[in-house]
Unconditional design. Structure first.
Length: 239
């Protein structure tokens, strides 16, 4: 996961709220909002066209699952941890993949991101500038808290001994199911391809690739994982 810098509230939200305020409305329900697709396009552009949680590529709003996205409320709209006042707060809405949308209950282990989170609560890492420093990856394709252990299972087995930051990162990974088999296998493929490329690149070339990635309007999928290993390559060459 990485920090997502929110921009100014878009006109599609601003104008909608102003219209309803003008007729005396003070509570704004997201279900009544009629510009969801327009908002989604803005969110995708703001996030450089990747999912706010798993960082898969996003290409469109709803419809086909692969590349599809929905408007995700970081703080849920309802339930024990919900806050209806944040239903139309732009700072609380992100574009999230729908790859696992519609999976049946017996397939819940395959759900991830917003589909897995539902109305549960996680620490709002993607609103924190240091977000990227709190997670890392292993060669198996797992996303991990940035702590002392080398596998997801090790963190789970030792959760009672984890610091607050590491435990909250672990809980976010669990609730979002970011280490479901599908995502882990996908990341591992990209790591394998990346390492092959890094073996023939100089430190300067690696640094330039990182700059290109971070300035592109369309991030590559799993950008944080790719940059994590590219920076390791640069650090190793500097020794």
């Amino acid at each position: 996961m990485r920090y997502i810098q929110k921009k100014e509230v878009p006109n599609c939200i601003k104008n909608w709220i102003e219209q309803r305020t003008g007729i005396g409305q003070s509570v704004f329900a997201y279900n009544d909002f009629d510009k969801k697709a327009e908002l989604n396009a803005i969110l995708r552009a703001e996030q450089h066209n990747i999912c706010c949680y798993c960082q898969q590529k996003l290409t469109h709003y709803q419809e086909k699952e692969r590349g599809g996205s929905h408007n995700e409320h970081l703080i849920p709209q309802q339930g024990q941890f919900g806050d209806k006042k944040k239903a139309m707060a732009y700072s609380n809405i992100f574009a999230c993949c729908i790859d696992s949308q519609g999976l049946k209950r017996k397939e819940k282990d395959k759900r991830h991101c917003g589909e897995s989170k539902g109305d549960k609560s996680i620490r709002c890492f993607i609103q924190e500038e240091e977000c990227g420093e709190l997670f890392r990856y292993n060669l198996s394709g797992e996303i991990l808290p940035n702590g002392l252990h080398d596998s997801f299972a090790d963190y789970q087995e030792n959760r009672t001994n984890l610091s607050e930051n590491v435990l909250e990162a672990l809980m976010a990974i669990e609730i979002l199911n970011l280490n479901c088999k599908y995502l882990v296998e996908d990341r591992k493929k990209d790591i394998t391809s990346l390492i092959y490329v890094l073996n023939i690149k100089t430190e300067e070339e690696v640094v330039n690739i990182i700059r290109e990635f971070e300035s592109d309007t369309h991030y590559p999928r799993y950008i944080d994982m790719l940059i994590y290993y590219m920076r390791q390559k640069s650090a190793h060459q500097n020794r």
